[in-house]
Ligand binder design. Structure first.
Ligand code: DGL
Length: 260
């Protein structure tokens, strides 16, 4: 079984890619929406939540855990890897492809404050951004909009304009999505960017990396077709909407609220 968790519903953008690659695997997804957003929490609070949810997933027989949250990866993946024996796959800020493909030599990154503070992000900058200028933009309030099921419309566009226009004005031609909630805003982002920016979503690359580890560890579903369980620590309304936009026939019984 593949365990996935995020501070909320954002990691469904990663589940989408994992499920697309491995539809016969079993997935249990935990949205920690009761404690969302993680972006403004202290690192030790995020580690505490990541530990609790990982314990829960391991008790449900997870063979591997995908930390489908950039902020939780930044704060907790080192601890999780040292504390548990299952493999963990985290979110990588996709600076490398953006830097390689950028023609202007200027790359924007949209992420939470917690992700920008993480060691992983700083290491990625040192490794891959030596020859480009990076414009860091925190996306305060975007996670909350997606959690409330708002992925398009006036309110979304107004906030996105505030974050994206300065990145365009600075001359960036690539925008790295450094938060798993943001791919759900991709249509609104593209509408505002209007061809000035190519948006880079790291989820497909992370899913490929997870598939590689799954193959190496020979993790196989016991049945012919996989099961998908979606658990929220708050409520399932937005989760159902986003999952059913991807897989319309996902049944009621696949969703649950739990206090983890
Ligand atoms: N999906 C999370 C991420 O990738 C959102 C963080 C938050 O809850 O602030 O960073």
């Amino acid at each position: 079984m593949i365990g996935i968790f995020d501070s909320g519903v954002g990691g469904i953008s990663v589940w989408k890619e994992l499920y697309g690659l491995m539809p016969n695997q079993d997935f249990v997804y935990v949205a920690d929406s009761a404690h969302c957003p993680y972006g403004r929490k202290r690192a030790d609070e995020i580690v505490e939540r990541a530990k609790k949810i990982s314990e829960f997933l391991i008790n449900k027989n997870a063979d591997i855990i995908v930390v489908a949250c950039n902020t939780a990866t930044a704060a907790a993946i080192k601890y999780l890897r040292s504390h548990f024996s299952v493999p963990f796959v985290g979110m990588e800020p996709a600076i490398k492809p953006a830097a390689i493909e950028s023609e202007s030599g200027i790359v924007g990154v949209l992420a939470t404050a917690g992700t920008f503070k993480g060691e992983l992000y700083l290491n990625t900058l040192t490794k891959f951004a030596a020859n480009v200028k990076v414009i860091e933009q925190t996306g305060d309030g975007l996670v909350e909009l997606v959690e409330n099921g708002k992925t398009y419309g006036h309110e979304v566009e107004l906030l996105l304009q505030k974050y994206i226009n300065p990145v365009i004005d600075a001359g960036a031609d690539k925008l790295v999505l450094g938060c798993t909630h943001y791919p759900f805003l991709i249509d609104a982002i593209n509408k505002i960017a209007n061809d000035a920016l190519t948006v880079i979503n790291p989820a497909p690359a992370v899913a490929l990396q997870a598939q590689k580890i799954i193959d190496e560890n020979k993790i196989k579903s016991s049945k012919n077709s996989g099961t998908n369980i979606f658990i929220s620590t708050a409520n399932t309304a937005t989760m159902k909407m986003l999952v059913r936009n991807i897989k319309p026939d996902m049944e009621e019984q696949n969703f649950a609220v739990m206090n983890i």
